[in-house]
Design a binder for this molecule. Sequence first.
Ligand code: SF4
Length: 304
Amino acid sequence: MEKKRYRSFNSYLRELFQERVQRVPLDAGLGCPHRKSLVEGGCIYCGPFGSGTGKSFQSLTISQQMREGIQAVKKRYRAAYVIAYFQSYTNTNASISLLRSLIDEAVSFEEVVGLFVSTRPDCLNKEVIELLCEYKGRYLTWLELGLQSIHEETLRLINRGHGLGEFEEGFMLARSYNLPVCTHIIMGLPNETEEMMLGTVEYLAKIKTDGIKIHNLYVLEGTRLWEMLKDGLYQPLDQETYVDLVIKALELLPPDTVIMRLTGDPPPKTLFEPRWASQKGKTLQKIEYALKSLDTYQGKRWKK
Ligand code: SF4
């Protein structure tokens, strides 16, 4: 049998449910407090749909999105169960009563076994965490937090609008309630060296994030990063360098960290550079191949 070289999200879900489980991405239309307009506010790489599906722009309710999503994953993956995944923008940017009603609507489908909520670390408080904990007993419940980098100069440069301190506060708050956290990071941020990128991974290995999503930075048309690229102030990573960084990152992470993503998933219509970012399957294949040919695996260089 093929040796498992990292703890993938699919294998983690199979361990728990013994069946195929897929996420249904949701856009609750909650926006982002950090994003006033594409030019003035928000992270320099953020596209019009805030890393999500844009379904709220089509005026689709959460129930409609769930219904469509469940049908799609049943057909495509023969998934038995689904996770309601509040993905787009900042999903805690609302009152507790509105959040509760959106979540209740999403989990009301019989196929739902999980609830994942993605947000910014500076848009969290005790009440939000306590709300999510209400679902923990019935659903696999995770919080997803965007960090991107631990380096303050990078966070300033990408106009992230928070520092490492806010991330630590949010992370520790969730941890104090035993709410699992998946941290999002980006490889290839402007001016970051390999040492800086792997420094972010080492930090997450040290604090033992429960899960991680590793993205490659891509440039969408109309963003400030796009302007930087055109002005020669930014150069995206090439695919080989990205694959090499992912391998090194996996080696540094504890073996039990759940690897929820190893590539970004850019919207094809507005992707400007790098073109390879649209070849998600090929990038994943290259990662698998490199792990095998180097005979390496998650946790190989993890410092306990
Ligand atoms: S936090 Fe997310 S939604 Fe908000 S500006 Fe940054 S990338 Fe966009």
